[in-house]
Design a protein around this ligand. Structure first.
Ligand SMILES: [Zn+2]
Length: 121
């Protein structure tokens, strides 16, 4: 199911509907392990595990219960986010644009907030 070409973008967006509208997710198409990254990132959003630490100016992605116990730290500007997880530091470092499920979750989280504030593009 995908939106028809000329459908008007919705007023608000969430972790379910963002899959049809996010330019970030579009960029994952054709990326090795892209669909796994997408699935995991959306799960972090669904479970509300992304948060921003205003003091340290960094993002945290909390662990999925029963899956792992590590909180990952994501730092940097929105377009240059870096994560301290194993996948980001090993596998994705070989890519032109390193990415992992955590940096993707943060990007989508920011996209949703911006969209729902009325600043969608
Ligand atoms: Zn990561």
């Amino acid at each position: 199911m995908s939106p028809i070409e000329n459908e008007t973008p919705p007023e608000t967006i969430n972790y379910k509907t963002i899959v049809y509208w996010s330019p970030e997710l579009k960029r994952l198409e054709g990326v090795k392990q892209g669909s796994a990254i997408k699935t995991k990132a959306l799960k972090f959003l669904k479970l509300n595990l992304v948060e921003y630490d205003r003091e340290k100016k960094e993002f945290h992605v909390k662990p999925i219960k029963g899956y792992n116990k590590t909180t990952y730290t994501i730092k940097g500007e929105e377009n240059h986010l870096a994560c301290n997880c194993q996948f980001y530091r090993s596998v994705s470092m070989k890519w032109a644009h390193p990415i992992c499920s955590h940096t993707m979750a943060v990007k989508l989280w920011l996209e949703i907030i911006r969209w729902n504030k009325g600043g969608k593009k």
